[in-house]
Design a protein around this ligand. Structure first.
Ligand SMILES: *Cc1c(COP(=O)(O)O)cnc(C)c1O
Length: 367
């Protein structure tokens, strides 16, 4: 086991991930749960999360890139793996050899892949991506018939069909309804019960179990994070946040009234104040915009004061505390809690951005 000499760490609760997974399984009835582990499992650690998911009966993992899929194969993760994003020609024979499933994202892509396929290797497994309104990647609904003809004339194994919603995390809306209608009509047109149909992300899997089809692709909420406040307010079950971020005080001193803290002298002590230094900064993913954000010490909320530095930041304590005192930046401490969503709000962004921006310097510890 690697040793770490800095007390700053992300503690990942794999049992929370297991709980969330079970909740989505129950919610989705007969449909399978595809565990989305792209971007290092949203910063939680791809291999560890994948192993936990497989232990719990998950058969499918989804990633964004060919390299992520290959990393899973190289770590001996035995599951069906779907690359949801773009796969280039050079990867086609690798996918054939490893059995990785890739997304067919356009008619041009099918042409390219058809040429790149090595006929001496097993068939290339694909899932056909239909663009029903996200306008990112995918075959247009009107092109589905043509795509099928192309697939049948080449060395493909077409095993699935999927789409992705642009507004599933909002209140009922036209675009969402149109996307649902479009994919339903394409599925009907193709009319092949052997194909695995999957359309739902975390938001749709939470709010619309009737759209589960054969599988749901659960990403953010596998990690106990709601996709949006709308979904959070309408969640049919509780999510268990999986990521805690913690550190310890490394330095404490009393700063006199009128003195300032950190670069730019943006914070001035109004009275004599106990100021502690924490060994975490923006190079760890604690972005500068979090100046003023609260952290937990002895179960109490205390603010980050002054600019956040690359490797360190300062907090204002209610009283003198010793070096080594535990500080919880995200997660629970003595009945209090700071959630990733709170950081996102402070930063004016979505919760997805927070864990993926915790950098490699922050070790992930599993419990
Ligand atoms: C990332 C992604 C998902 C997972 O979305 P969440 O909102 O995190 O559940 C599902 N499908 C596709 C195509 C994706 O890119």
């Amino acid at each position: 086991m690697t040793e770490y000499y800095r007390p700053t760490k992300a503690v990942i609760d794999l049992n929370a991930i297991q709980k969330n997974l079970q909740a989505f399984k129950e919610r989705s009835g007969k449909a399978k749960v595809i565990a989305v582990v792209k971007a290092d499992a949203y910063g939680h650690g791809m291999v560890e999360v994948a192993e936990k998911a497989l232990e719990n009966g998950v058969e499918w993992l989804a990633v964004a890139t060919p390299d992520e899929a290959l990393a899973l194969v190289e770590r001996k993760i035995r599951a069906n793996i779907l690359v949801m994003g773009h796969t280039p020609a050079a990867f086609i024979p690798v996918a054939q050899r490893t059995g990785i499933t890739v997304a067919a994202i356009s008619l041009d892509w099918l042409l390219m892949a058809g040429r790149a396929i090595d006929p001496d290797l097993p068939r290339l497994k694909i899932h056909l991506k239909i663009d029903t309104g996200m306008r990112r990647v995918g075959v247009q609904a009107e092109e589905a018939g043509e795509a099928l003809r192309m697939v049948r004339s080449r060395f493909f194994s077409l095993d699935g069909i999927f789409t992705h919603f642009a507004t599933a995390d909002e209140d009922q809306n036209d675009l969402f309804q149109r996307q649902v209608k479009t994919i339903a009509s394409v599925v009907e047109e193709i009319n092949d019960p052997a194909l695995m149909v999957h359309v739902s992300n975390s938001a749709a899997a939470s709010l619309h179990p009737e759209l589960a089809f054969d599988a749901v692709r659960v990403g953010i909420s596998l990690y106990g994070i709601a996709p949006s406040s709308y979904v959070e307010n309408n969640m049919p079950f509780d999510l268990a946040p999986a990521l805690g971020l913690e550190t310890e005080i490394i330095h404490v001193k009393q700063v006199k009234a009128g003195e300032t803290i950190s670069y730019g002298a943006t914070y001035r002590c109004e009275q004599d104040e106990w100021i502690a230094t924490l060994p975490i900064g923006y190079a760890d993913g604690m972005l500068r915009g979090l100046q003023g954000q609260e952290v937990l010490v002895r179960g109490a909320r205390v603010p980050i004061v002054g600019r956040i530095c690359m490797d360190q930041c300062m907090i204002r304590l209610p009283e003198k505390m010793p070096v080594g005192e535990k500080v919880q930046l995200i997660g629970r401490q003595a009945g209090a809690q700071i959630r990733i969503e709170e950081w996102a709000e402070k930063l004016g962004t979505i919760a997805y951005e927070i864990p993926v921006n915790l950098t490699k310097r922050v070790p992930r510890i599993y419990c």
